[in-house]
Design a protein around this ligand. Structure first.
Ligand code: HXC
Length: 515
């Protein structure tokens, strides 16, 4: 029987640990519209499932008064539990203790939980809310950060890593979330930057607020650092749950599946989405939503590089990753940002066995000095490389344009796609009819009495000859030309057929993707 005194002492210590940095600091946190580290964990985990690790860990520093301030847990709550009955590991920084700042013991707790996540094959969730390196502990704090970066890198591709930024995240601290697979930022209360507004002002003389420099809006629209934004902490936690519902536990697991009863899969509404005029835009998300299971699209990077759409969805109950050109934005052209966005998503899906579905309507790569000088060659190659090395089941549907190099890049069969379908509206050619006619019939057009009439004639001739899916289909580059309404049914059958696909890359240490 446990001694009553000892029991009371245990209860007292436990209570102390659960109180974080004290009542007034918790109130301050709430006043900012933020939850505490423990409230966030409780909200994420299935009720009663959270098991804490390292609750009594303390720092060992003696400097700058730290010897008189030794809070339990050292400013981070770590542990494991379940989210919708699936195991996850978590760390949640406690801003009420030393501003959530990271130092030796704090970092050790995080590293331990990362090791457990990797060894046991379950996702790692990091809830970041920290003033950065604990100033009093000096270089030890920097070492702690580096230990985490190293583990983030080793865990990359082994288990999914999700970061939520729910407060400050500045300096080198940003590099842990940057290495993880997804960043969710809370609007208004989180920011991320390498150097803050004061340093920016000194160095570049720019006047900028923390929010403008590194708030959720900046990173979800301009830099692409944030994959998702949330209205508040509760929304951020809900989004983590949603994201987890699409992804496997680890790189050897299969995608989650929900019960699905087969139905009449035809959807005639798909027949009228692509306009008759090939230069008129349409919203590819309409196509996506009419093909996948109802309301299952979870878009990633929604407001960044909108000329490509990427996100998770379910098809007949099974998770898939979607990559689609968006004719509504810059005619769906591929540029530097969209290539990077697409490549990063493709690589995540491939690392975690999530089949890929591509909708293609792409007029080519974006021309111009800006793109060439900033490296559309290297960046466009990222998307090409990412698709080429992907060994998951891969299907493409060409809805309209598939021009030039972009035809090759967007998951063509030549680079390993398993099945490629085209709608009758597909145009698969080296370039658009006008440009092609101007080059190959230049002499004839110049010598004609009526040059513009001749150009139109040659344009029509080229269109008739090449701007259709049948030449590619005759070569076997397209498996089938299908009616849009039949797309869903074909894809369900296609992915079912590819369910047990095994494909191996040549033996190597690692590849050298053009970074
Ligand atoms: C120790 C810290 C701290 C830190 C905050 N605190 N940051 N303690 N080390 N880095 C403490 C404060 O002293 C305060 O303690 C409590 O946390 C809450 O901080 P406040 O300033 O009252 O909160 P707020 O007004 O919300 O401002 C938050 C903040 C600010 C913007 C984060 O605290 C701040 O600027 N902190 C310093 C940030 C910083 O320079 N970090 C080092 C970056 S360099 P009390 O006891 O008063 O409640 C870095 C390098 C990493 O991180 C490199 C990795 C490779």
């Amino acid at each position: 029987m446990i001694n009553k005194d000892k029991f009371n002492r245990l209860e007292k210590t436990n209570k102390k640990a659960l109180q974080g940095g004290g009542k007034h600091r918790i109130e301050k946190q709430h006043k900012k519209g933020k939850l505490t580290a423990r409230e966030r964990v409780e909200l994420l985990m299935d009720e009663g499932s959270f098991q804490e690790t390292g609750r009594f860990v303390t720092h060992r520093s003696q400097d700058f008064g730290l010897d008189k301030n030794i809070p339990l847990g050292d400013g981070v709550v770590t542990g494991y539990g379940t989210v919708n009955q699936r195991l996850v590991y978590i760390f949640s920084q406690d801003f009420t203790i030393f501003g959530g700042s990271l130092a030796e013991a704090h970092a050790e707790k995080i590293v331990k939980i990362m090791d457990l996540a990797m060894k046991n094959g379950a996702p790692l969730i990091g809830l970041n809310d920290s003033g950065g390196a604990r100033i009093q502990e000096g270089v030890v704090s920097l070492g702690g950060y580096a230990d985490i970066f190293y583990k983030n890198t080793l865990a990359s591709g082994v288990v999914p890593q999700i970061s939520a930024i729910m407060g400050p995240c500045a300096g080198g601290a940003v590099y842990s979330p940057a290495i993880t697979d997804f960043n969710i930022m809370v609007e208004g209360s989180s920011y991320m930057f390498v150097t803050g507004p004061n340093v920016v002002k000194t160095v570049t003389h720019e006047e900028v607020t923390a929010e403008e420099l590194g708030g959720a809006s900046a990173h979800s629209t301009k830099s692409g650092v944030a994959h998702f934004t949330a209205f508040n902490d509760v929304d951020a936690i809900e989004q983590i749950k949603k994201l987890l519902s699409y992804i496997p536990q680890n790189c050897e697991d299969t995608t989650p599946e929900i019960q699905y009863e087969r139905d009449n899969e035809a959807n005639p509404e798909l027949n009228s989405i692509v306009p008759e005029n090939p230069n008129q835009p349409y919203n590819i998300k309409e196509v996506i939503c009419k093909v996948i299971d109802k309301e299952s699209f979870y878009e990633v990077h929604k407001d960044y590089a909108e000329n490509i759409v990427v996100g998770f969805a379910r098809l007949a109950g099974r998770s898939i990753g979607i990559v689609a050109n968006q004719p509504m934005s810059m005619a769906g052209v591929l540029d530097i940002e969209s290539s990077k966005k697409g490549a990063r998503f493709v690589r995540f899906c491939d690392a975690f066995n999530i089949p890929l579905l591509v909708f293609e309507d792409v007029p080519g790569f974006l021309p111009g000095t800006d793109q060439e000088w900033r490296g559309i060659i290297t960046n466009g190659a990222k998307l090409l490389f990412a698709f080429s090395e992907a060994t998951v089941p891969r299907i493409t549907v060409i809805t309209r344009k598939a021009y030039g190099g972009a035809y090759d890049v967007m998951n063509s069969k030549h680079i390993g796609a398993d099945l490629n379908f085209a709608w009758p509206t597909a145009e698969i050619a080296v370039m658009g009819a006008k440009g092609a006619a101007e080059i190959i019939f230049k002499k004839e057009i110049l010598e004609a009495k009526d040059s513009s009439k001749k150009l139109k004639e040659k344009e029509d001739e080229y269109n008739e000859m090449f701007a259709n899916p049948y030449i590619a289909a005759a070569r076997g580059y397209i498996d089938e030309v299908i009616r849009p309404e039949d797309t869903r049914g074909r894809l369900i059958r296609g992915f079912k057929m590819l369910e047990n696909k095994v494909d191996k890359l040549p033996k190597k240490k690692h590849n050298n993707i053009p970074l």
